[in-house]
Design a protein around this ligand. Structure first.
Ligand code: ATP
Length: 280
């Protein structure tokens, strides 16, 4: 929805670290905030802070990213002042093969908190494993990276990009991307969104760490899973095929049924999933 005040609403919404810190209602998630007017990528900043020994829960927030990143070398559009570009440092005492599940934990937290903030009839969904969707378009993305030392997780970086007040997207993603502003027709302050995501992430992380799998979050995740009970295209490195998505396992794999009836579990990181007729 556009109106004649668009040029006013497009001016960047100013967010200060003091305002953000004042809103943070958590014990550890986002309690230590590192704020950048501009940076290359908040994931790269948090990796460096991780190497330097920064505490669990340290949050990097940037007004803009010159080299925002997606999975497998893709890029993340990060225009100044109208999106949330943030990465959190986690130091879970878990085996490295469990760390990819944190992508789904964060997807759950981002989706749940955005759903809470969205008034009216907007439905926030998750495209397995890591994309947050409204109206069939991508509203937010999550990029998880980890560092392993002596066979154990040293730290995990969870990067979150949320399109808040972006009014228009570059041509190449115009059909698949959306923002809270485009969907709601109004401008939304970013700091309370960040605080809400941190609060939810702290709670969901606790649930995850109890069992070190997704059994405590599966119901919530599955309710929001846009691919559930739909035909999907699985785009792998070697193979691309059509299948029917049934849901996720407690380890975060996507369960699909192939045309020949065989069921298989797909691990996140290996593939991209698309709808048969479009993005979801
Ligand atoms: P997809 O199925 O969308 O390719 P993915 O998980 O493999 O999902 P990501 O790595 O999460 O992709 O995100 C990178 C991709 O998202 C880019 O290749 C681009 O198509 C798209 N993209 C980049 N910036 C944005 C943005 N701000 N909002 C929505 N989509 C974006």
């Amino acid at each position: 929805m556009h109106n004649k005040d668009d040029h006013i609403m497009d001016s960047p919404d100013v967010m200060t670290v003091e305002e953000l810190a004042g809103l943070m209602n958590t014990r550890w998630a986002g309690k230590n905030i590192v704020y950048y007017d501009a940076t290359d990528s908040t994931n790269l900043r948090i990796k460096q802070l991780g190497r330097e020994g920064a505490p669990h829960g340290t949050l990097a927030v940037a007004e803009q990213q010159a080299a925002g990143r997606g999975r497998r070398g893709r890029s993340w559009e990060s225009p100044a002042g109208c999106g949330i570009y943030m990465s959190i440092l986690l130091r879970p005492d878990i085996e490295p093969d469990k760390a990819p599940m944190l992508t789904l934990v964060a997807a759950c937290s981002v989706a749940e908190s955005l759903q809470d903030l969205c008034t009216g009839n907007m439905q926030v969904q998750i495209k397995w494993p890591n994309d947050i969707i409204i109206s069939g378009k991508k509203l937010a993305g999550i990029l998880t990276e980890m560092n392993v030392r002596a066979g154990k997780v040293d730290y995990v970086v969870v990067g979150m990009g949320i399109n808040v007040n972006i009014a228009d997207f570059p041509e190449k993603i115009r059909k698949t991307a959306t923002s809270l502003r485009i969907e709601s027709g109004r401008r939304i302050e970013r700091a309370p969104v960040i605080a809400a995501v941190m609060e939810r992430l702290e709670a969901d992380y606790r649930i995850f760490m109890r069992t070190q799998d997704l059994s405590g979050l599966m119901d919530a995740y599955s309710r929001m899973l846009v691919n559930k009970d739909r035909d999907v295209l699985i785009l792998g490195e070697k193979e691309q095929y059509r299948a029917h998505a049934l849901g996720i396992t407690p380890m975060g794999e996507l369960i699909v049924r192939r045309g020949n009836g065989a069921e298989e579990k797909i691990r996140a990181g290996e593939v991209s999933v698309r709808g048969v007729y479009g993005y979801v």
